[in-house]
Each structure stands twice: as C-alpha cells, then as structure tokens.
Ligand binder design. Structure first.
Ligand code: CA
Length: 232
C-alpha cells in the first residue's frame, strides 16, 4: 500500500512540472486530449447586483437612485454595441439619457439581420438601488460576446455595462464571471449632476469612465454594482 501511495504521489507531483522532459514521448489521442470541446450553445443567467446608494456615493446623492431596464446582445467578438473611447450610437445615447430601449433595440435587430449579433437581451431594471435583477439568455460559439447596459438614474447620460465581454475562456464556456461596474459617461449630454437639465453635447464626446464628482468622493469613483454571469 505504501508503495502504491508513493507512486501516486510521485505522479501527482510531476503533473505540470513542464521543465522535466517526459521519458517516453506520448502520442496525442482524443481520449487524453486536454483541448476543451465546448457545447455549441450555453445558457447563462446574469445578475445585476446594484449597490449604489447615498452610503456608497454620498456626494449630492439623489433621493431615488435607480437603474433602467437591461438591454444588450450576444454578438461576434469585436462587434460590441458600444465601447469606451468611441462615440455613442443614437441607441446608446437614448439608453444613457432616458433609460430607453429604443432605438438601441433597432440597432441590435439590424446587427442580427447582418449576422453580427445573435440574440437581443432585454430585461428589467432596478426601481430602487440597492437592488437586484436577473436575466437569462442563450449564447453560442459563433457569437460568444456580450454587451449589456443600464442607465444610472437620475443622471445626464451616465450608465453601466459590459462591452465585448467573451464568455469563452481557454476554449470553453466560463462557469462564473463577476464584473465590477464602474460608471461611464456616454459623452452625449453635458449636465454636471444627477438632476441637471438636458444639455445636448454636440458633437458627441467619446464614452469614458467617470472620474469626477458628484460620483467621485475623495478623488475616486466607487463601483455602483456588479454583473455576475453564471452558466446554468
Ligand atoms: Ca444628448
């Protein structure tokens, strides 16, 4: 028994010790292959856990912090609905300023027609933050990217979201992924605070992380929540 145990321990210790050349070259075989073979499709639940409140962001905190309905898509990698550093589409502008799903949903439907995206993701919002909302969706190997957004409200054009997030890692579907949400400015309205009147920004400025008050306190902007993607 002790010999067997020793042998197992020796083998175990050698797993991953890439510096030692194997005494006998092994021919690859499908049965021992470590290359993942992911399912063609996967189902996920994304849970938006909003933490934003007067406690997390005390500077001029609004009395009714909330988040608009989730909207997004699964899409080809490299074809997101928006990205930091780029100019917002009309759909991203309406989402970030009004919490509207339209015309972003039209932009997504067009991307689906053009075979750039596969599924429209359309969920609920958070009527009062802190709060939680979930959305289930399907995703496939040809369209493993996710973009998903929600307006931080009230605000001029501030939002949270993910852009071009791949749910594939090392060739297989990710079991769980937690994304911390740092708020973005859509660059489409120049209002300075939560309840500022509309002041259209023309031309639009690039989408950028928010680094200034009122969301910043003591020079930093705390995250306003998380998206957790869990494979079902
Ligand atoms: Ca605007």
């Amino acid at each position: 028994m002790s010999r067997l145990g020793g042998a197992i321990a020796t083998i175990a210790l050698c797993v991953g010790c890439g510096d030692s050349p194997a005494p006998t070259p092994m021919s690859p075989s499908p049965a021992t292959s470590t290359v993942p073979t992911p399912d063609a499709t996967a189902r996920y639940r994304v849970t938006f856990d909003a933490t934003w409140s007067a406690a997390t962001h005390p500077n001029r905190s609004p009395g009714n912090p909330h988040f608009s309905d989730l909207i997004g898509a699964t899409h080809e990698l490299g074809f997101p609905l928006w990205r930091g550093g780029s100019i917002a589409s009309n759909g991203i502008e309406a989402m970030a300023e009004l919490g509207a799903k339209t015309p972003l949903d039209d932009e997504i439907e067009r991307a689906i027609t053009n075979a750039r995206a596969e599924h429209l993701l359309s969920g609920g919002g958070i009527a009062r933050s802190p709060g939680v909302v979930s959305l289930d969706f399907d995703i496939s190997l040809d369209y493993p990217g996710v973009s998903l957004v929600s307006m931080l409200a009230p605000s001029p054009d501030w939002f949270v979201g993910v852009s071009d997030l791949s749910l594939l890692e090392d060739g297989d579907w990710i079991d769980e992924l937690v994304i911390e949400l740092d708020p973005y400015d859509a660059g489409t309205d120049s209002g300075a605070s939560f309840d500022s009147p509309d002041r259209d920004t023309a031309p639009r400025e690039p989408i950028a992380h928010i680094t200034t008050p009122p969301l910043a306190s003591n020079g930093t902007v705390a995250p306003v929540g998380t998206f957790t993607f869990r494979r079902q």
